[in-house]
Design a protein around this ligand. Structure first.
Ligand code: TRP
Length: 374
């Protein structure tokens, strides 16, 4: 066993070693040549340049097909258990970039069923209303309405069910137990659920009656689902979905994953400027106990949550990031100033995001899959 950390679709804990995770899951690294190849379709996205999107399955295969004129579609999703936070937004931001580059259709699955089944404290009415809120955040990122469809599981089940059934017939209980850690006390809805998450992978192949490749940008914690979805695909006559995985977005408390179980270390898209300031103000940094000591010894950006936020989402310019690193290490910039700068950047982003979120209310029904209404 490697270091103690856990990454599953339901739980992420400990100090994640992302290289070991690739080995455990059996995914591949996105190496420099694959990065360059991707950059050849447009600009190199900072999340790719900085290896936040760092692992994949079958990406070169998908690109080979694309180069030969075979288009693909994309699929990603969200389990609506609460408000959207910055960590959720990250893969969607990248997905929007991919849609721009490749002109691909994208399906966004909101698993109100999943969160109802896995969370004792949530009713279907709760997960549905959160799904609506999460969908607004997704749409606020500017996806092309002509090429984007929102799937709400309980509303779109008639389209998903035939596919989910085919998947479920190929997965035994012992596979589900081995992959997801279920036992005899697991409710039977949870055991079936992975077949619902697999279904959209084959949606366009099924509708078009031909093999249409699928690309899924998402957090690497979702890999267990897609391992299963890939295993059953050939037996159903569908191509295996390709994946592009990101690392988890860090929490403000210094942990490896931003998590709603610690709301004070989590920035929600609906947070007010004052709230952002307060949360960022309390963040874990790589600073010293006193200002004097820090001026003398400098800080440590490597362990600093504020630095990670700049690295992941809020400072795209490499030279500015290098300058910040140098100023931190030399003790030239102290944590208070750095926090104030980050709060300002986050609030600028959220102000515009929140406005676009409101606009999305106007067209959300037009982009629902199968034409359901919220
Ligand atoms: N299980 C995911 C979650 O809890 C939701 C989800 C459904 C998803 N389909 C997906 C995530 C496809 C990524 C890609 O958030």
């Amino acid at each position: 066993m490697g270091p103690e950390f856990k990454v599953t679709p339901w739980e992420v804990s400990g100090d994640i070693d992302y290289d070991i995770l690739v080995e455990r899951f059996g995914t591949s690294h996105i190496d420099e040549s694959l990065k360059d190849r991707l950059a050849g379709y447009g600009e190199m996205h900072p999340l790719l340049r900085r290896n936040v999107f760092y692992s994949h399955r079958d990406l070169p295969w998908l690109l080979d097909r694309y180069d030969k004129g075979q288009s693909f579609f994309m699929y990603t999703g969200r389990g609506p258990s609460g408000h959207t936070h910055l960590g959720h937004l990250m893969p969607w931001i990248f997905a929007k970039h991919l849609q721009d580059l490749f002109g691909a259709n994208i399906y966004f699955q909101l698993t109100d069923d999943e969160k109802f089944l896995f969370r004792q404290d949530l009713e279907l009415s709760d997960t549905r209303s959160m799904a609506y809120e999460n969908a607004l955040d997704f749409l606020a990122l500017g996806f092309d309405p002509e090429k984007t469809r929102i799937i709400l599981d309980t509303e779109c089940i008639h389209s998903l069910y035939p596919l989910a059934l085919k998947v479920s017939k190929k997965i035994t209980f012992s596979t589900a137990k081995a992959v997801f850690g279920f036992d005899n006390s697991t409710n039977i809805g949870s055991i079936f659920y992975t077949s619902i998450q697999a279904a959209p992978c084959y949606l366009e192949s099924d509708r078009e009656g031909k093999q249409v490749p699928c690309l899924i940008p998402c957090g690497i914690d979702q890999d267990p689902h897609f391992r299963v979805a890939r295993d059953v695909a050939p037996g159903l006559g569908y191509p295996k979905p390709a994946l592009i995985y990101n690392k988890m977005f860090p929490g403000l408390e210094g942990g490896d994953k931003m998590s709603s179980s610690n709301p004070d270390a989590t920035i929600y898209t609906t947070d007010k400027p004052k709230t952002v300031k307060r949360k960022v103000g309390k963040a874990f940094t790589g600073g010293c106990v006193s200002a004097d000591e820090q001026r003398e010894k400098g800080g440590n950006p490597e362990i600093c949550a504020i630095f990670k936020y700049n690295y992941f989402l809020f400072e795209d310019d490499d030279s500015k990031l290098d300058e910040l690193t140098a100023r931190c290490r030399s003790g030239d910039i102290l944590c208070g100033e750095c926090k104030a700068e980050l709060s300002a950047k986050i609030n600028t982003f959220l102000e515009s995001h929140q406005a676009k979120r409101e606009e999305a209310r106007e067209f959300i029904d037009q982009v629902s899959f199968d034409g359901f209404r919220w």
